[in-house]
Ligand binder design. Structure first.
Ligand SMILES: C[S@@+](CC[C@H](N)C(=O)[O-])C[C@H]1O[C@@H](n2cnc3c(N)ncnc32)[C@H](O)[C@@H]1O
Length: 284
């Protein structure tokens, strides 16, 4: 099933990504692919349990959609792939044979809860960033610069230069990125176990695509990639197999107001419901 907005710039494909990548997406038409697949760690996504019988089965499944992603990627396109810390080494070896890896990124976040008591708990997720053609690809360095926490803050002079200058106050981020995870109280929160932050996708999309480019997310979840693409003037295609998440995408992208006759509404959070009740009884 295919849905699109009135401009035709944002497309939602409902179904299995391997089948839809193959059938619905033109070869070499995609400028940027962001892939955040199930991690094979037993998470529950609506009706789908993210666990394969063996690691080998899981890897073979990953290779089959990765192969299609390479086929759909524009000759000057870029791909960002997320995976679990235990799987990423295998995918890294596979990717090296097909694309040019430019960065191995760590998305680091903090957690108020206890991660592990008897070993060092995991507080990061790896992201591999690669391109088809290392001599020609998009990288908008000026759109993603961050404040440099070096000398410029302390107003130091960089004497390594022939003519000493103050340190640059902004720089291209390194490969360790800190973004808070999406929390219940955040405006962007949707009901999904592994929703990615808009800020993370914004950095990727601004860096590796231009206005009007098409961005593909084959495991769209809450359609974060498409929502950010829409905000920054790119086109998007998101594929998702679970109906609950398709409904989130349709609402988040403003594609339709109703689904099967029911209004698509963001559910109120518990504290919003409590507040609403307080408002109702205010004059009692
Ligand atoms: C890690 S989540 C993606 C989260 C997403 N990046 C976000 O920000 O919300 C992976 C998603 O892949 C979906 N999925 C699993 N198998 C699929 C398949 N064969 N085809 C399409 N989507 C699938 C799951 O339902 C889940 O929502």
């Amino acid at each position: 099933m295919k849905y699109q907005d009135s401009s035709g710039e944002h497309i939602i494909l409902f179904g299995d990504s391997i089948k839809l990548l193959d059938q619905e997406i033109q070869d070499e038409s995609i400028h940027l692919i962001f892939v955040d697949p199930p991690y094979n760690i037993g998470k529950k996504y609506a009706n789908f349990i993210d666990k394969w019988p063996t690691e080998e089965n899981y890897l073979l499944w990953c290779y089959s959609w990765l192969e299609l992603c390479f086929k759909k990627l524009h000759p000057e396109g870029s791909i960002y792939l997320m995976a679990s810390t235990q799987t990423i080494p295998y995918l890294d070896i596979y990717l090296r044979k097909h694309i040019h890896i430019l960065s191995r990124i760590i998305w680091h976040y903090d957690s108020s809860g206890v991660q592990a008591k008897n070993y060092f708990g995991s507080l990061y997720e790896p992201i591999i960033y690669g391109v088809k053609n290392p001599k020609s690809y998009t990288f908008n360095r000026d759109d993603i610069k961050v404040e440099a926490k070096t000398g410029s803050k302390r107003k130091l002079i960089d004497y390594r230069k022939a003519i000493p200058k103050v340190y640059n106050s902004h720089k291209v981020p390194g490969n360790v990125w800190y973004f808070p995870r999406v929390r219940y109280r955040m405006e962007e929160y949707e009901k999904h176990p592994t929703q990615k932050p808009e800020a993370l996708l914004k950095r990727i999309i601004l860096a590796s695509s231009n206005v009007g480019d098409t961005i593909l997310d084959p495991f769209a979840g809450t359609f974060t990639t498409s929502a950010v693409a829409q905000k920054v003037g790119r086109k998007s295609i998101g594929i998702e197999i679970e109906e609950d998440y398709i409904k989130i995408g349709l609402r988040r992208l403003g594609i339709c107001t109703h689904y099967n006759g029911n209004l698509l509404q963001k559910p109120l959070k518990s504290y919003q419901r409590n507040y609403q009740q307080l408002e109702l009884f205010k004059d009692d």
